[in-house]
Design a protein around this ligand. Structure first.
Ligand code: S3P
Length: 176
């Protein structure tokens, strides 16, 4: 199958964006790319090291630059975004103008339980802080999204099937 335009998966850390993008790409035979992994490869540093050595502000600039570059590519891919992509308002405009934005909803407790190694997430320190951060971002996720998928209690396969159905229904994912 092929994508008519880029698709951006957004949502809190632990929503399953990267795993769902990978699974969905495999099932539908389309390309996917994880924006955080792309940033790590481009600068040769892991996300926690970027936060520690350069600070969050520098990371947000890299994230915005990377998104802009990727969104303007000719070949549309399924992108999994970092959970904080929506805190930079220009990113929301870039994603909405270029393609389709899908919000994978998750609650803080389930998100924390899904993250096997919290040391990879500099902004996922404890549950109370995660709850607060998620709460403050909810309106940003809601406003950025064209569509949302509730992921609570669902496995990657089920979420990925829902995403594929949605993209087909909306004419974003089409036969070759
Ligand atoms: C962040 C989420 C992370 C990563 C960075 C900041 C956030 O991505 O971009 O640690 O601000 O929510 P995931 O959502 O893939 O964990």
């Amino acid at each position: 199958m092929r994508l008519q335009k880029p698709v951006f998966l957004i949502g809190f850390m632990g929503a399953g964006k990267s795993s769902v993008a990978r699974r969905c790409a495999r099932s539908a035979g389309i390309g996917s790319l994880d924006i955080d992994t792309y940033i790590e490869r481009s600068c040769g540093k892991k996300i926690p090291a970027i936060f520690e050595e350069d600070g969050e502000e520098t990371f947000r600039k890299m994230e915005a630059q990377t998104l802009e570059e990727l969104a303007s590519r000719d070949n549309p891919l399924l992108y999994s975004c970092g959970g904080g992509i929506v805190v930079t308002p220009e990113n929301v405009k870039v994603m909405r103008d270029a393609g389709v934005v899908i919000y994978l909803e998750v609650e803080a407790e389930e998100a924390a339980a899904r993250i096997s190694d919290p040391s990879t997430r500099p902004l996922m320190t404890d549950l109370a802080a995660a709850r607060e951060r998620l709460e403050s971002r909810l309106p940003m996720y809601e406003q950025a999204a064209h569509f949302k998928i509730d992921t609570s209690g669902k496995h990657v396969g089920a979420i990925s099937s829902e995403l594929i159905d949605l993209l087909k229904r909306e004419g974003v994912l089409c036969p070759q």
